[in-house]
Design a protein around this ligand. Structure first.
Ligand SMILES: [Zn+2]
Ligand SMILES: [Zn+2]
Length: 211
């Protein structure tokens, strides 16, 4: 195989490795820790508010994952006998996979879907947010959920009225008709339900979706 082909394989491999990290971090470092540690705490808060804010602490945490990921992959690949360009391609795939995830996760919260992939991603991710926090841990891809048995694909995704995404509703807070097949607004959670929602976002607190 030519060097270029190896680089391509390495790039795809690095990206796939990122998607596994995305799944494992989300499932175990964020949910299973149940609010212990800054990453888990911030993530559970993200579930409760469903808003997207550019938090510098979280940015630093993710920057760490990115830097550590790259710093680990290049020496590891070199040790395994890969050339510099191939080793760098693994790190590049990992880094691009990470930014792809960050970008599409932020967009899912902020803007309406525009195509098949963004429609899928929103349904998949918001079922995780509002329906069943112990399902659908992958954000950018579904295959690890399939492998680990955590994939759920409900006909309609239930969204608490109070947490409705800005693109999902009109000015009076009613569901936009174009999303009626995919989403359903459910009775508003009052302030007192905040703790209950946090509990549900914690692992093992409630394994079943509530209706
Ligand atoms: Zn989210
Ligand atoms: Zn989550």
């Amino acid at each position: 195989m030519t060097q270029l082909l190896w680089m391509l394989v390495a790039f795809v491999g690095g990206w796939v490795a990122w998607t596994l990290a995305e799944y494992l971090l989300h499932r175990f470092a964020m949910h299973a820790l149940g609010g212990k540690g800054i990453m888990s705490r911030e993530h559970l808060e993200h579930h409760v508010t469903s808003s997207w804010t550019f938090d510098p602490v979280i940015l630093l945490a993710w920057l760490g994952i990115f830097v550590v990921g790259c710093a680990a992959w290049i020496p590891l690949a070199r040790l395994a006998g890969a050339s510099w360009p191939v080793a760098a391609s693994i790190a590049a795939g990992w880094a691009i996979g990470y930014f792809f995830y960050e970008f599409f996760h932020a967009r899912a919260h902020l803007v309406p879907p525009t195509g098949t992939y963004s429609t899928w991603l929103r349904r998949h991710h918001f079922h995780h947010h509002f329906g069943h926090p112990m399902a659908n841990h992958g954000v950018s891809v579904m295959w690890w959920d399939r492998v680990f048995g955590t994939l759920e694909r409900p006909d309609t995704v239930r969204v608490p009225r109070r947490l409705a995404l800005p693109w999902l509703v009109d000015e009076s807070g009613e569901l936009l008709s174009e999303f009626a097949d995919d989403y359903r607004l459910v009775g508003s959670a009052e302030a007192g339900d905040r703790e209950a929602m946090l509990d549900r976002a914690r692992a093992f607190a409630s394994a079943a979706p509530v209706d």
